[in-house]
Design a protein around this ligand. Sequence first.
Ligand SMILES: [Zn+2]
Length: 255
Amino acid sequence: MAKYRLPRGMRYSTLAERKQFYTEEFSLEKVAKWLELLRGKVKFAVIMGRHTKIYPEKYRKDAGTTIIIDEYKGLDEVRDQIIEFLPEAAYYDRNVYDENDRKTGQELAFDLDPENITCPIHGSLADKMERHQGLGFCKLELEMVKEQTIRLYEHLEAQFSSMKIVYSGRGFHIHVFDPEAYALSTKKRRQIAQRVKAKGFRIDEWVTAGSMRLIRLPYSLHGLVSRVVVPVEKGELERFDPIHDKRCIPKFLSK
Ligand SMILES: [Zn+2]
C-alpha cells in the first residue's frame, strides 16, 4: 500500500514490474547517448527500497542503502547489476574522476521537486511533512514545478549555453554541460544555489551545491511513481504531461 499521495495513475512499481522494465524496456542505447555528454568513466548507484519498502527479500539488510556500481566492463553489466537489485531508483555520480579516482570536477545540476512547491490545496513542505507526505505531491504541484523549471532554464540561459532538462519522475532536473560549470568551486556552487533560491526558485540546494552528487539516471524507472525518467526539450516542456505522455509510461502500465 502506497504511503504517499500521488497523482492518479502514478503508483509504486512491484518487483516483477521493475524486472520487466529493466529486462525488456530499459534502453542501453539511449543511456549510452546520454553518457556521451559526460566526461570519463561514470559511476552508477541504486537504492532498492528506501521509500517504497519494496526490495528483494535476500537484500533486506541493504534495502535502504545507496549501492555504488563502479565495477563494470560495459553498460550491459550495469544493467545486469540493476536487474540483480531491482531498485526503486537508479542514479549516476555527477563527479568527474581522473584515472587515479581523484575528483576533478562535477556536473552542475538543479533539482526541482514538487514537494518544495507551496500548493494552494496541500500547503508548504512543512505542512506536507507534518502529514508525513514529504514525498507526496499532486497534479497542480507537478504543473507548478514545470512552470518553475521553464523559468529557471530561461534564467540560466544568461550564464550557460549547454543545458538539458530531464523529467525525473516527480519533478525536473536541469543539467549544465558547459566546461566552466564543471570547474566551479564548492563556494561558487553554493553562491549560485543561493542566488537562484533568492530569486524564488524552489531548488534543492544540496544538489546544486554539490554535496548530493548523485542524480537520477535518464531512461531508468522511478519506482515510486512508475514513470520512466526522460529528457524533455525545452520547447516541448509547456505541453509535456508526465501523467499521460507515452515516453514516460512503462509498458506494464500502458495496456
Ligand atoms: Zn497539492
